[in-house]
Design a protein around this ligand. Structure first.
Ligand code: TEU
Ligand code: CA
Length: 493
């Protein structure tokens, strides 16, 4: 067993978790003030979405300085305090490392804007003379003209997120320096943003899973994660079980684990964008989980998650929110399914109280760059606002980003000021304070699941066996080691 094998990860989206100074934006002191809450839940690892300096074009996933904290979130002293107080609560911090791209306001890119091709950082980014058909995830071409250079730079996300060139050894060395800087501060590891893109060969239209991807990851791991015995999880949208085994091979030469997104992709048509709805069946969902459990057994390690800051709320997408009773029952069932399997479970902030998707009536209420760009594009194509909003209500990223619902007071106890993104109007019913007052609440259910995992090794090392695979409404599996057996029976009907 590894030091992290029995731990449950909680993900915080810092902008939306807790505001301490009432400017409407969540911050590091806010997180510190809630460490007791997280420890009470049983959390031992905390992944925090990016806290670095950033102009916030993509809410911190556009980093302008990896050695600074975004002033909205606080100072480096606050960060050091967070790392220390978390440890006192038995919690280790996992930082989010954005290594595929920087902000265009990062010093490297600004130097290029000043000196053109003479900049010593010119080759840190990806350039071409004639754009090909590569598209940005957020819509439109992935190439942007840079006058001072007389060439186009690649941006697989927004044009304020130029892609780094991993072929450049100096750039790689600078990135490893950043990683070591944070490890020295006492953090326990990293979540690696879109790490499957760093081996890209843009001129051939290859983005994910490029030929040198695993060479780079091995080099990075050897110089940073392995000597520090870090916990790492790669965000890998394109991972199949075979690919996941390369990354999380027990020989330890790459990452501890990766996120696979096959169950997430169920609701979207394979050849289209995330906005194109696909009807899926429970049988398909079962098949995916069983496949990943069996394939990685002894040869890799699963990451178990229903949602994150990019995805709809678990109970809204996979469960049932038609009535209050269904919301709670289905959320408990989803939690049981996930926490009974082999791997590292993740809880996304608010999942433990069953927070739901938000359905704002106007695009003005939304902030997410992906949703807004999609909306504008489709309005230009003549589509009606209500049709487009329906898609945002279903799968838009702001569903996960509305402020954490702490209590019944104004703005759900998130902030005394008007928050950067509206609170979900259901906060008077769904909030932490209410959950803590009810013995049978979802919160206490999660608390029990986490406690069971710590108590019984079978959750961690038990082999996975599916039972009654042909049952169309029930997911039934067992886990078994030499001393213990865990039986999980879930009725999806
Ligand atoms: O997400 C990777 C990614 O591919 C997303 O754009 C994803 O497809 C989309 O969010 C689904 O709605 C990571 C981060 O998690 C995301 O927040 C960032 O915007 C993105 O990388 C760029 O850094
Ligand atoms: Ca604040």
């Amino acid at each position: 067993m590894k030091w992290w094998s029995k731990k449950v990860v909680y993900q915080i989206y810092p902008r939306s978790f807790q505001d301490s100074n009432n400017d409407g934006i969540g911050d590091i002191q806010g997180i510190i003030s809630r460490l007791d809450y997280l420890a009470n839940l049983g959390i031992e690892l905390l992944w925090i979405s990016p806290l670095y300096a950033s102009p916030n074009d993509d809410n911190g996933y556009d980093v302008s300085d990896y050695y600074q904290i975004m002033p909205d979130f606080g100072t480096m002293a606050d960060m050091d305090e967070l790392i220390t107080s978390a440890k006192k609560h038995g919690i280790e911090i996992i930082m989010d490392l954005v290594a595929n791209h920087t902000s265009d306001e990062h010093a490297w890119f600004r130097d290029i804007r000043e000196k053109g091709r003479k900049s010593s950082y010119y080759d840190y980014y990806v350039w071409c003379d004639k754009p090909n058909e590569l598209m940005s995830t957020f819509g439109g071409t992935a190439w942007e003209y840079e006058a001072k250079v007389g060439q186009y730079y690649l941006h697989l996300f927004s044009k304020k997120q130029p892609d780094l060139n991993w072929k450049n050894a100096d750039m790689r060395a600078d990135m490893y320096k950043i990683i070591r800087y944070w490890l020295k501060k006492g953090i326990a590891g990293f979540r690696l943003d879109v790490i499957d893109l760093i081996g890209k060969i843009p001129e051939e239209g290859i983005t994910g899973n490029g030929p040198l991807l695993h060479t780079y990851i091995k080099e990075m791991a050897a110089q940073t994660f392995i000597p520090s015995n870090s916990f790492t999880v790669g965000e890998t949208w394109g991972a199949t079980p075979a690919i996941a085994k390369l990354y999380s091979n027990p020989d330890g030469s790459e990452l501890s684990t990766v996120f696979q997104f096959e169950h997430i992709g169920l609701g979207q048509r394979p050849t289209k964008t995330k906005w194109d709805e696909r009807k899926w069946s429970f049988a398909e969902l079962k098949t995916i989980f069983v496949k990943w459990q069996i394939e990685l057994q002894g040869e890799g390690w699963n990451s178990l998650f229903w949602n994150n800051h990019d995805l709809p709320r678990a109970v809204s997408f996979f469960g049932n929110t038609e009535t209050e009773a269904y919301r709670v029952y289905s959320a408990k069932m989803l939690a049981t399914l996930l926490h009974g399997m082999q791997g590292t479970p993740y809880i996304y902030q608010g999942e433990e109280i069953g927070m739901t998707n938000a359905q704002f009536e106007s695009i003005e209420s939304y902030d997410d760059i992906e949703s807004i760009r999609m909306y504008d594009e489709r309005i230009e194509n003549g589509e009606k606002p209500l049709e487009i909003l329906a898609d945002i209500h279903r799968v838009g990223r702001d569903n996960a980003r509305t402020p954490m619902q702490w209590d019944m007071s104004s703005n759900a106890g998130f902030s005394k000021a008007s928050p950067w993104l509206e609170v979900n109007p259901n906060y008077k019913k769904i909030n932490v304070e209410a959950a803590l007052e009810q013995r049978n609440s979802l919160f206490y259910y999660y608390q029990k699941l986490i406690a069971l995992r710590k108590q019984y090794d079978v959750f961690t090392d038990g082999i996975f066996l599916e039972q009654n695979p042909e049952n169309p409404e029930v997911f039934h599996y067992t886990r078994r080691n030499e001393q213990e057996e865990l039986i999980v029976i879930l009725n999806f009907s």
